[in-house]
Design a protein around this ligand. Structure first.
Ligand code: AMP
Ligand code: MN
Ligand code: MN
Length: 315
């Protein structure tokens, strides 16, 4: 029996969940795990909870029957958490996580300390979907499972461009392609298409960005006013930090997203040598060496000054 079936074997009521502000890796892993376990254990009661489901990944749950945005009201024997570096990342599901008899965490974040009872953490994996694939039997992966895993891997590797893409990642992607998924269609729809609003918000953010530290650092802010002006939602900000990161000469990109009065969600990306996870952990967040985030109070000026001090120390 493979690990995944083994994990779920003894539990009757299972909850699957992931981090707040779920991304492609998180959604893909939750759906793939659900489909896999539901197929083998149709008698089990398996609930998938995610606070929200980004529109571009909604096709993974085509009947809308898998993911629920309401906290399940049950006493689970087992809570499985995906792509979440700490219990704090679980949002409201943390209560269920703490009350469950058993918990399993499947993840790939460096900052993950192994907060569940059983942990499958592989920091060398590109994505949680890659870790999850390794817990499944290749022959039991069907079209729907393959599509969800592929989306997760493609998401976290920036469509196989980032340095977290390994030979193993490509081999897994090849195996998933063999299941007949129209990957070219997914790649366009999920990763390259932009709505008009998204294009406008991207343009505006780039226009008002600033270079710091002799061009080694780029910084931009997305204010609530901008969001209101364009009628944009948080989902419309994806890809903006990426665009900042690929600016020639830049080592670190900083994107501030105003979440409240004097409060910002900070996204950090680095290109070669700066460890942004270290900086994020210092400020109470986390992530990976080259992609990390946290939330911070204060004015834009304060926030940027605080962060750049830590970047300067590494540059
Ligand atoms: P983002 O900039 O939001 O795309 O996040 C980049 C990476 O950092 C992702 O892998 C997130 O899971 C991680 N991350 C972002 N914010 C936090 C946080 N507050 N705590 C822990 N990890 C975070
Ligand atoms: Mn994630
Ligand atoms: Mn991930």
């Amino acid at each position: 029996m493979d690990e995944l079936k083994n994990i779920a074997e003894k539990a009757q009521d299972i909850i699957i969940t992931g981090h707040i502000k779920p991304d492609g890796d998180c959604v893909g892993a939750c759906i793939a795990a659900y489909n896999y376990l539901h197929k083998f254990y149709p008698e089990k009661n398996i609930n998938v909870y995610l606070k929200e489901l980004p529109e571009r990944f909604a096709f993974l749950d085509s009947n809308g029957k898998i993911i629920s945005n309401k906290l399940p009201q049950c006493n689970p024997n087992l809570v499985m958490v995906f792509d979440s570096s700490s219990a704090a990342m679980l949002g409201e599901a943390v209560k269920l996580f703490r009350s469950a008899k058993d918990s399993v965490c499947i993840d790939h974040h460096i900052s993950n300390k192994g907060y569940a009872k059983t942990n499958f953490i592989d920091v060398s994996a590109s994505s949680t979907c890659e870790v999850l694939y390794n817990l499944m039997s290749e022959d039991d992966i069907d079209f729907k499972i393959a599509e969800a895993l592929y989306i997760g891997i493609a998401f976290d590797t920036g469509v196989f461009r980032y340095s977290n893409t390994s030979r193993k990642t490509m081999e897994i992607a090849a195996k998933l392609m063999e299941k007949g998924i129209p990957f070219w269609d997914y790649i366009d729809k999920c990763f390259y298409q932009r709505t008009y609003i998204q294009a406008q918000l991207l343009g505006r953010t780039l226009l008002t960005s600033m270079l710091l530290m002799d061009g080694k650092c780029i910084f931009a802010v997305i204010t609530r006013r901008m969001m209101e002006f364009y009628g944009a939602s948080i989902e419309d900000t994806v890809g903006i930090i990426e665009q900042l990161r690929i600016t020639k000469g830049v080592e670190v990109a900083i994107l501030l997203y105003e979440t409240g009065k004097q409060e910002y969600r900070v996204s950090l990306r680095s290109n070669k040598y700066v460890d942004v996870n270290k900086i994020a952990v210092y400020f109470g967040g986390g992530g990976h060496k080259k992609a990390a985030g946290f939330t911070m109070g204060g004015s834009v000026h304060d926030v940027v000054n605080n962060i750049t001090e830590h970047i300067e120390a590494q540059i």
